[in-house]
Design a protein around this ligand. Structure first.
Ligand SMILES: Cc1cc2nc3c(=O)[nH]c(=O)nc-3n(C[C@H](O)[C@H](O)[C@H](O)COP(=O)(O)OP(=O)(O)OC[C@H]3O[C@@H](n4cnc5c(N)ncnc54)[C@H](O)[C@@H]3O)c2cc1C
Length: 185
């Protein structure tokens, strides 16, 4: 029988992470709505991220580009998610591998989207995990490779979770600073 391994890439509410005993993701009290605006003839906008910040109204003063993107959004593409993250402390100490079972991407280290890095970090996981498992020829070597992968990824993931959280912390004013710090840890 060939080597067997399980890599849980099942997102923020991962059942594999639960099975491994990772701490449950924490809610931020924030949510995000995403959608796709369709511009069949091209949008002509500069290729740059733009951020518009407002509180508690329907953004009447936002620039026309913003309103045009919203107007062109197809309702069928809209999605709403509550934002979760795993505490960086628990990512540093969690049992992210048991035997030949591990997790990657949001299943391992969900983070707030304030830096837009969650998907990038998930791809990094894939590269590092592939390198660590490339020469595994036995169950023991697979376990060792996964252990190397977890050790290599913990600090990087915890650092980006923190950076993302603090980026959101600066951008969003609600909640006192101490409240938010306690939430992070
Ligand atoms: C609002 C918002 C904006 C973001 N912006 C960016 C950005 O600009 N750049 C960036 O890099 N990242 C961004 N991210 C983060 C990015 O979306 C995630 O980090 C990335 O999708 C994680 O990929 P993943 O494959 O680990 O998990 P997911 O994309 O969540 O994929 C998990 C998959 O597993 C499946 N699944 C779940 N449970 C089971 C099960 N029991 N059995 C079988 N399948 C299952 C799900 O259906 C899903 O297809 C953003 C996130 C949010 C919420």
């Amino acid at each position: 029988m060939g080597l067997q391994a399980v890599i849980g890439c099942d997102g923020v509410h991962s059942v594999v992470a639960q099975w491994l005993g990772l701490a449950a993701p924490r809610g931020t009290g924030r949510s995000a709505i995403r959608g796709l605006g369709f511009f069949p003839d091209g949008h002509g906008y500069e290729m740059a991220i733009q951020q518009f910040i407002s509180t508690g109204d329907l953004a009447p003063d936002f620039p026309p580009e913003f309103k045009e993107v919203v107007r062109r959004s197809d309702l069928s593409t809209l999605s709403w998610v509550t934002l979760h993250f795993r505490s960086p402390w628990s990512v540093l100490v969690c049992p992210a591998r048991r035997g030949c079972v591990t997790v990657a991407g949001d299943a391992f280290h969900p983070m707030t989207p304030d830096l837009g890095q969650g998907g990038g970090i998930a791809l990094e996981d894939a590269v590092v995990l592939a390198r660590c498992l490339a020469r595994a020829g036995s169950a023991r070597e697979t376990e060792e490779g996964m252990a190397q992968y977890v050790a290599a990824r913990r600090w990087r993931a915890a650092a980006v979770i923190m950076a993302s959280f603090f980026s959101g912390f600066v951008q969003q004013a609600s909640g006192g600073p101490l409240t938010r710090l306690v939430k992070l840890i």
